[in-house]
Design a protein around this ligand. Structure first.
Ligand code: 3H9
Length: 699
């Protein structure tokens, strides 16, 4: 028998147990083991029914994602699930933890399903650029109905066992010990003479679907699915479920699954799955590093950023003080927080009682001494070193020993900030992204002297407040903003060369960015960029560098907030402004910058290759630990679509040799200043390697 799947008898019930830590993924040995155990059960005259149970923390959490880059090895999952379904004696799936993807597909091939009420079930394949490829697209519509099945598969979100029970996916909820409950359920089947029941035999009531059902569904998912390949494939599978005989539809599912698996999108999304787990691992900070308890937080500065940061802690039940310099600013800040929560209540995403609980955890204060007991203080004040100095010198005097002193700086030198205190080991950067209560990224900036204890505490804290923490080192702009500057630089330069802002933004948006760079600049405030440029000590010696930002700011065009920036605004609607085009033309003439015919391909190359080159420099300097950490930063903090997998994965997809050649082309046109390929890129091109290979070579 297999090492990861075992067979035992409990009276006349066979218990087939999968034990493949950590999440019982359906690796080849599990599939083989399942096939063998089902065969043994079928042949075992003493067993009248079987229970499929999983050891450890969860039921099967899906196919083994690590196998998707390798050739398929038999028995492939669709074959195994049909073998189970065709068994002439009943099999009961006993679900705890998360039955996901291939896990739920296996459960749906069993004849009955029971679960503990803490379990969750779902088909999250879409998040990996895949579709449920082991008959899930055929079975879920039969059990839960076409609409509910599509909703589950297109969102990829798991549902609690109770809901799954209501929808008919689960037959019974088990109180108490699961295995015993499932065996009891199986025995009752035997006693009542109930045999196997095949989900595939359930008829889908096609006549009850409106004629426009699928067309309407496609429209309704268009926004969420923009640019992604898998959602449309899933809809096609469900159309097949409705229109075709079961096995024809399964063949269609299989063909569409293979297309997904071979796609660069799925490769990128699978890369993101592992990147998001890898990012939490810090080689020089062992897992058992002592951590500090964070029971009280204080935020210095109650502006939009400070307020958003405070909400993160209140949302998870951690009391937080918000300190401002005067009552007016404090009231304004608290009102913004309240309005934010009210908006969420209005959208029914929070109850009034939950909002009240959160608000009660946020205490406004004007008194520095009030924060003396805080375990973590996050400064979110003006982005100027002199202001940071004032705050950190004060924190050093009022905070208790052992308190973590964090700066929400988006670019400034954390070591310099740490030096304003006598406890640099306790100082760290916690860079939140606006809106801080929404964006999932937290860039955690370790200074030269930040202690491992403080790093470990902050990495764990990121998870506590439901963010993804990416650990980086000190440089101007850290990882995210430092790579964003060349991207904005190219967007700005192309404006001078005659590329209309709305065209450039459209091309970037079509590539997959949530918003184009000009629209983001206007949203963040052109003055913010202008100030950052002024704070940057090693700014490129180039008068054209982000020229239009300075010009527009000098004319009071600060972006959305002033009603005009790169665009003019009618409400929140950005409208192209001929005045800006004329200004850009005049500036270009003054700087002797020729007007160019720039293709869409060039727009993409210049925006993203400039970013990628900076990423390569960042890796060489050790500012980011891995290329995949950079990808996490970009997909979680900068609106890059998961189907691209982040800038470094995108570079690998395009091919570093192509990136390199394009850079050489721009180097010839613009000179060495911006377009000299990073030595790491040169090295990898010579070796014929990718960033990913470079990363795994070093691991
Ligand atoms: C599928 O099923 C396709 C089929 O339809 C068709 C086939 C023909 N494979 O997340 P965690 C690893 S597609 C391999 O930190 P948690 C993970 O990398 C699949 N490895 O734990 C990590 O490793 P490490 C559909 C996997 O408790 C460790 O397990 N299923 C897999 O926070 C712990 O993971 C999904 O998409 C896997 N499937 O969350 C579900 N899953 O320790 C994917 C996890 O070395 N999984 N690992 O860093 C999850 O959503 C979460 O892992 C889960 C547990 C909720 C289960």
């Amino acid at each position: 028998m297999s090492e990861v799947v075992s067979y035992a008898l409990e009276g006349d019930v066979a218990v087939i147990t999968v034990d493949n830590p950590p999440v019982n993924a359906l690796s080849l040995p599990v599939r083989r083991g399942l096939a063998q155990c089902v065969e043994r059960f079928a042949a075992d005259a003493s067993a009248k029914a079987a229970v499929l149970f999983c050891a450890g923390r969860t039921f099967i959490a899906g196919a083994d994602i690590t196998e998707f880059d390798k050739p398929i090895e038999e028995p492939w999952l669709p074959k195994v699930v049909h073998q189970m379904e065709d068994c002439v004696k009943p099999i009961v799936a006993a679900i705890h933890g998360t039955a996901l993807g291939g896990g739920l597909e296996t459960a749906m091939a069993c004849h009955y399903r029971v679960a503990v009420d803490t379990a969750q079930v779902g088909l999250p394949e879409v998040t990996l650029g895949l579709l449920p490829g082991a008959t899930g697209t055929q079975r879920l519509p039969r059990l839960a109905g076409v609409q509910a099945a599509l909703d589950a598969m297109i969102s990829g979100k798991p549902m609690p066992a109770k809901i799954a029970h209501e929808k008919g996916i689960i037959d019974a909820l088990v109180d108490g010990e699961l295995k015993a409950g499932a065996v009891k359920f199986a025995k009752a089947l035997v006693n009542e003479g109930k045999g196997p029941r095949k989900v595939r035999d359930i008829k889908i009531d096609a006549a009850s679907l409106p004629a426009t059902f699928f067309a309407d569904y496609r429209k309704s998912m268009a926004r969420e699915a923009r640019g992604f390949f898998a959602p449309e494939q899933i809809v096609k599978c469900v159309e097949a479920a409705v229109a075709l005989p079961y096995f024809d539809a399964v063949a269609r599912e299989n063909a569409l699954f293979m297309e997904c698996m071979a796609s660069t999108q799925s490769k990128a999304q699978r890369h993101m799955f592992f990147a998001e787990r890898e990012v939490a691992k810090v080689p020089d900070v062992p897992k058992d590093t002592a951590m500090r308890a964070i029971k009280q937080v204080a935020v210095i500065g109650g502006g939009t950023m400070g307020g958003g940061i405070a909400m993160n802690f209140a949302n998870v039940g951690i009391p937080v003080l918000v300190k401002e310099i005067n009552q007016e600013a404090l009231d304004r800040g608290m009102n913004i927080i309240r309005a934010n929560y009210e908006g969420t209540v209005k959208k029914s995403k929070l109850t009034q009682a939950q909002m009240d609980k959160c608000m009660a955890l946020i205490t406004p204060t004007l008194d520095y001494n009030a924060i003396g007991d805080a375990d973590l203080v996050i400064e979110a004040v003006f982005e100027t070193m002199s202001v940071k100095k004032e705050v950190f010198e004060k924190l050093d005097t009022v905070c208790k020993p052992g308190a973590i002193l964090a700066s929400n700086t988006s670019s400034l030198n954390v070591d310099e900030i740490a030096a304003f205190t006598k406890r640099p080991q306790d100082v760290i950067g916690l860079h939140f992204f606006a809106p801080a209560n929404v964006m999932t990224l937290l860039e955690i900036v370790r200074g030269a002297k930040t202690s491992k204890e403080v790093i470990a505490t902050c990495m764990t804290l990121a998870k506590t407040i439901r963010k993804i923490g990416a650990l980086v080192r000190v440089c101007f702009g850290f990882v995210g903003n430092r790579m964003y500057f060349p991207y904005v630089r190219e967007a700005q330069r192309m404006m001078l060369e005659g590329v209309a802002p709305e065209r450039l933004d459209r091309v970037a948006h079509e590539w997959g960015m949530a918003m184009g760079p000009h629209a983001v600049s206007d949203l963040s405030g052109l003055d913010v960029f202008d100030k950052l440029n002024k704070e940057w000590k090693d700014k490129p010696n180039d008068p054209s560098y982000c020229r239009m930002i300075g010009v527009l700011v000098s004319k009071g065009r600060l972006g959305q907030k002033s009603g005009a920036g790169i665009y003019k605004y009618e409400g929140r609607n950005a409208v192209p402004d001929p005045e800006v085009t004329a200004l850009a033309k005049a500036e270009a003439a003054a700087l002797n910058i020729p007007q160019l015919e720039v293709t869409d391909t060039e727009i993409i190359e210049r925006l993203f290759y400039a970013m990628i080159n900076e990423g390569a420099l960042i890796l060489e300097e050790g500012i980011a630990m891995r290329p995949s950490d950079i990808d996490v930063v970009y997909c979680h903090g900068y609106g890059m679509p998961r189907h691209r997998g982040g800038p470094m994965q995108y570079a690998d997809t395009v091919g570093l040799d192509r990136v390199y050649q394009a850079m050489q082309k721009y180097r010839t046109r613009y000179g060495d200043l911006y377009w000299t390929p990073a030595p790491l890129i040169e090295k990898l091109v010579k070796a014929g390697k990718t960033f990913e290979q470079w990363s795994s070579d070093r691991a």
